[in-house]
Write a protein that binds this ligand. Structure first.
Ligand code: SAM
Length: 241
């Protein structure tokens, strides 16, 4: 299955691995994913919110099993989060976690495609996305929708896998992502293709300045990025004019 074919059925792919997603995520990143999400939430620039409304509205796209949404509430208890995702099964697990944390009044979940959001223009002070943009069928369409629903001066914060520049780190990274991760993914999730897809989707995806070019062409301004853990992951931020 190639990356394009796989992208067509991305919701089904995540439906298949939803039950193992959290375990594999934490295991295979040695829990570093939790640190990455914490760092991502730290990039939310609260002073960018010019809206005087009491509750600050944030949209978390490709929210999956809600780890990023839950981390946001841990750091910003006054936020009101809407989480959207294509995969009903990922959302089901996310909802159980939200319930377990007693956050049903803070986080609302909806099954939606980021490329065609149901929200009005300028609805949210912030839009976030953790490890989601790489999976969009049409990256620019998704980014344009994220931009459309942001309020003027609103901020987008995006966390995504990248590819380390250092040759030494890259060597181990390639071995890990090409052999160890798909093997462990297959054993635990019993899914042959899902974790092979991960490596392909990371390699083929625009990173660093190249990703910012996409954000810029979709309207975002004041762009910046921050590499994490030898450049294995990157946080991108941008604002609506
Ligand atoms: C790797 S998971 C990330 C989940 C979560 N944000 C996290 O930090 O763990 C990627 C998620 O993106 C969702 N996704 C992919 N394409 C999407 C789209 N076009 N619209 C909405 N969700 C999408 C998948 O269903 C999946 O749940």
């Amino acid at each position: 299955m190639n990356v394009k074919e796989n992208k067509k059925s991305i919701g089904q792919l995540f439906d298949r691995i939803a039950g193992h997603y959290d375990l594999l995520n934490h295991l295979l990143t040695l829990n570093i994913d939790k640190y990455w999400r914490k760092k991502t939430v730290k990039q939310i620039n609260i002073s960018a919110n010019k809206n005087t409304a009491e509750e600050i509205k944030l949209l978390d796209v490709a929210t999956g099993t809600c780890d990023l949404a839950i981390e946001i509430i841990k750091q910003h208890n006054d936020f009101n989060i809407t989480g959207i995702d294509l995969s009903a099964k990922m959302l089901e697990i996310g909802k159980m976690k939200v319930q377990k944390h007693g956050l049903l009044n803070k986080i609302t979940l909806m099954q939606q495609n980021v490329e065609n959001l149901s929200f009005f223009d300028n609805e949210f002070a912030f839009v976030t996305c953790g490890f989601g943009v790489r999976n969009f069928n049409n990256l620019d369409k998704g980014l344009k929708e994220m931009y459309r629903v942001l309020q003027p001066q609103g901020q987008a914060v995006i966390l995504e896998f990248a590819y380390p520049k250092n040759i030494f780190i890259r060597f181990f990274y390639n071995i890990y992502f090409t052999y160890i991760l798909p093997f462990a993914g297959k054993i635990i999730s019993k899914d042959n293709t899902a974790y092979k897809y991960l490596m392909k989707s990371v390699k083929d995806f625009p990173k660093g300045e190249d990703f910012l070019i996409h954000m810029k062409s979709c309207g975002f301004e004041n762009l910046s990025y921050k590499n994490l853990t030898f450049g294995i992951a990157t946080i991108y931020t941008g604002y609506k004019h």
